[in-house]
Design a protein around this ligand. Structure first.
Ligand code: NA7
Length: 537
């Protein structure tokens, strides 16, 4: 078996892996990036379904560290679609000559810590790679969640998951079914509805979604963005969601109904689901009474838009507005088309997938040519659990995480030395670039620190040294995550935030709900104070 040795192996050539490669190569380390895809891009390589778009604004959905590129790389609209993001990430890879460190079409199946050598051995589809450090840049939303519905493999039509989208497809005139209406389903349904023969949406929970307000960016607007970039990034790193605006400090319950209506309408007109949730009022995520006022407003909008009473009834959520906030480019409007309808599968569940389509519990059969599962991800820890990671004393990560994942600041876990995660479980859920930059810069600083200490101890005859989280460090972070999540309403929904979307998954707090600002500050304090919740050994 071929054996190769590197200082660092990075798993994943998405947005996190690309920046980590740039940083570690700059340190002079030998670096290899392994990715099972055929090119860089991560999430944006895989999620090429029609309508795939980032829902944070273009000017912040990019790296902050290449200031010249920030000023000059073009974008056309205030939101980027998946093709543009993929092109941008490929551009960064080439601009910084990073492709030569990357090996594509190679899948890591397992990795084991070798206590004698102080090396990780990564078993891949192309033999074994050995490294002193491993950085996992495998994504927080990367492991597809296929619905566990009887008969799936018997379907004779085209079957797709949105996160494994094919290069070519043609739905013209076809009978298409979509299961799932989260962020992905809403984007997909809105985009394909006018192009397919018929579209039938199988909906478990209706969603509140706000217009995205997608529009072109003029040169004047771009010039203004360019002039203010430094302050914009500084504000982003202090904020809660990292989306380029100040979150509201006003409580919905403290203002008159007329003022609430005015603010909601203003945000509806302006666009962005994230901005609607935290930019309107500060208490929508903490207080049910406040949240209900937003629900009432949004239900009113659905009633205005959707003409058919039965479709409108099914599309109107009864729950609180506590799922991942969505935005769209005309979602509810699609249900005014004659070729678009939906099935409420809470009322009439799917009994099975047959060779011809979907059979419901009441015996109704919907024949389909294409079935698309927009059913999301085994989020945060799903990709880790598939990797079969064995750390010190041959303990596996799956055993260590049997009651739910435990991490120190989302970046490391006890018993797994020199293993660093970019946006591992218990990281914030917010605009991705500022969060991953914080993690990459922490990891780079930590590896620099270990290398310095290793060289010092080599002078005293000890050549092996590794960093890992203390058990106490990850316990404290876990308690902080629980405490923060207890103050918010998100637990009221059975969503991927707590593992509720995957059958049989242990429910636990998978997200750090303290926001980008607190997260970045904690990471920086750890660097400044010599990594007090980590140990060298
Ligand atoms: P989400 O937000 O997890 O949404 C998945 C959707 O699929 C949602 O509507 C689910 O219904 C539905 N679903 C999941 N499993 C099933 C089964 N078994 N049967 C029927 N319906 C099901 O995933 P997305 O891909 O939309 O978005 C994930 C993130 O990616 C998003 O937040 C962005 O950050 C990018 P439910 O609501 O659970 O009843």
């Amino acid at each position: 078996m071929v054996q190769r040795y590197y200082d660092v192996v990075i798993i994943g050539a998405g947005m996190g892996g690309i920046y980590q490669t740039y940083q570690l190569v700059k340190l002079g380390l030998t670096v290899k990036v392994i990715d099972r895809a055929d090119g860089p891009g991560g999430t944006w390589y895989w999620n090429r379904y029609p309508g795939a778009m980032s829902d944070t604004h273009s000017f912040l959905y990019r790296y902050s560290w290449d200031k010249e590129d920030l000023q000059t790389y073009p974008w056309s609209h205030n939101y980027l679609d998946s093709k543009e993001i993929l092109a941008y990430l490929n551009h960064v890879v080439d601009r910084h000559d990073l492709r030569r460190y990357m090996q594509f079409g190679t899948e890591v199946s397992s990795m084991k810590w070798n206590e004698e050598e102080y090396l990780w051995a990564l078993h891949t589809s192309d033999g074994i790679f050995n490294a002193r450090y491993v950085v996992t840049a495998i994504g927080l939303l990367s492991e597809p969640n296929w619905p566990n519905i009887q008969g799936r493999s018997s379907f004779e039509g085209e079957l797709y998951h949105t996160a494994r989208w094919p290069e070519t497809y043609d739905f013209t005139g076809k009978r298409v079914g979509v299961i799932g209406n989260g962020s992905t389903g809403v984007q997909l349904i809105t985009t394909i509805a006018p192009k397919v023969g018929s579209l039938l949406c199988f909906q478990r929970h209706p969603q509140y979604t706000i217009p995205a307000g997608r529009k072109p960016v003029s040169q004047d607007e771009r010039d203004l963005i360019n002039q203010n970039y430094d302050e914009t990034w500084a504000q982003t790193r202090r904020s809660f969601v990292g989306a380029g605006f100040e979150e509201s400090r006003v409580k919905a319950v403290d203002v008159s109904p007329e003022e609430r209506e005015r603010v909601y309408q203003e945000h509806w007109d302006r666009g962005s689901g994230i901005r609607f949730l935290v930019g309107t009022f500060a208490d929508l995520i903490t207080d049910e009474a406040a949240n209900q006022t937003a629900c009432d407003f949004l239900r009113g909008k659905i009633a205005e838009i959707v003409k058919d009473p039965e479709k409108r009834r099914k599309l109107t959520p009864k729950d609180l507005y506590v799922r991942r906030p969505l935005c769209d480019t005309g979602y509810y409007e699609q249900f005014n088309r004659d070729n678009v309808d939906l099935v409420d599968i809470m009322e009439n569940p799917i009994a099975e997938i047959t060779s011809k389509g979907i059979k419901l519990t009441d015996g109704t059969v919907h024949e389909l040519d294409v079935l698309i599962c927009a059913t999301g991800f085994n989020a945060f820890d799903g990709a880790y659990r598939k990797l079969h990671i064995e750390g010190r004393n041959r303990a596996t990560l799956n055993d260590h995480w049997q009651n739910g994942p435990a991490t120190n600041m989302g970046v490391a876990t006890a018993g797994f030395p020199n293993l660093f995660m970019i946006l591992g479980p218990k990281s914030p859920l917010a605009n991705v670039p500022p969060m991953l930059e914080a993690h990459v810069e922490f990891i780079t600083a930590a590896i620099t620190y270990v290398e310095t200490q290793r060289k010092k101890s080599a002078d005293q005859g000890r050549t092996k040294l590794a960093m890992e989280s203390t058990p106490q460090g990850e316990d404290e972070w876990g308690e902080l995550c629980d405490t923060l999540s207890d103050k918010l309403l998100f637990k009221k929904a059975n969503s991927y935030f707590f593992g509720g979307n995957v059958e049989g998954k242990v429910r636990s707090t998978l997200i750090f709900f303290g926001g980008v600002g607190m997260f970045s500050q904690r990471l920086q304090e750890s660097i400044d104070n010599g990594y007090p919740t980590f140990k060298l050994g």
